[in-house]
Ligand binder design. Sequence first.
Ligand SMILES: *Cc1c(COP(=O)(O)O)cnc(C)c1O
Length: 437
Amino acid sequence: MPVSLKRKIQRSTELQQRAERLFPGGVDSPVRAFRAVGGHPPFAVKGDGAYLWDADGNRYIDYFGSWGPMILGHAFPPVVDAIQQAAARSASFGASTPAEGDLAELVVEAYPSVEKLRFVSSGTEATMSAIRLARAFTGRDYVIKFEGCYHGHSDGLLVKAGSGVATFGIPGSAGVPNDVARYTLALPFNDISAVEAVFAEHRGEIACIILEPIVGNMGCVPPASGYLEALRKITREENALLIFDEVMTGFRVAYGGAQELYGIQPDMTTLGKIVGGGLPCGAFGARAEIMDMLAPLGPVYQAGTLSGNPLAMAAGIATVGYLKEHRTEVYARLESLSAAVADGVAAEAAKAGVPLTTNRVGAMFTWFFTQNHVTDFESASTSDTAAFAHFHNAMLDLGVWLPPSQYEAAFLSAAHSTDDVEITIAAARETFAAIVG
Ligand SMILES: *Cc1c(COP(=O)(O)O)cnc(C)c1O
């Protein structure tokens, strides 16, 4: 049972003060700053299985898993061993290594739509490179993306939607030239008629559709029934490429990602997060005819000093190899524990009269503080973010670390236990009682 002790924050607060002198907002990636929820971001010093410890010695049950990679839990011994052994042989060569082929074979086997791939060092690089390749392959410039989908922080993919963006992209970030953003057509997710309308308007000009087949970056939003099929059909008819950005969903919702779960073969796939087992790694892949347009075989340039890095490959092979060998038990466990915690917390909200909509696909889920169905960015935006912030802070104080934004999916790992789930549900019960009371 959780005890309502206020967590200690002194050391993390000192570290935060130093960090704010050195890093904008005190962070290397914005959401870590806790601006959406307020409060004091704990400084992580250690992880083990489902738990994180901060610089003040507080222990948390972790529901963000480094934003997805830690599907087997923190410091999973086979992954730690693999990294240590690889490090002892040198952290980097800048030459081809056997491990790259080993991990690539695992990826190709798990993702039949991928015949060839390239490893890069982040999801951002994977999607950026995939778009360049799709443009070269089709000889077209326009890209369709969906409002609320995140594909990393390259210029053309940082376009937010709003009225008028179906025709002309508006930069979602300062510093992105309008001339770049105008080639990104941002449409509402789960609305096939919006896609049909844009194809009709830009016949022969659209290179690709890129999407998170299950969105995680506006909170968890699954595709409506028939939606992915309809995107597959229209891209085939219009000779545009369909890119599944599976940086989050790959090896998460199923071993073969969303494409295995829904039985849809995209033209290109991007991976990240789990594929690198917690080290910096991404990948993009497709059929050979597309991938062979890359240098040195073709005219599309793409490169990386640390691409296919030996430590990242070792961590990836250890993680993906374990998932492959134990896939039946691991994904069954992820499903049942995730259902237990997602539904258990939802039931406590219902009992307390707190409006909550729970979306979940496997071990990826979001509790939206709204009574509306959440099917796209507009409906996600009906959430009471102040209530979420309160919930987040109260849960943190009770030793449960959720992603610090209403618009981020939570993740469970194979290291979580039924006890962890019980403690989480009890913490939610206490929190909802305090919200209502
Ligand atoms: C995390 C994420 C990215 C970006 O990956 P980075 O490694 O952070 O650059 C891209 N697409 C999706 C779907 C993601 O979840």
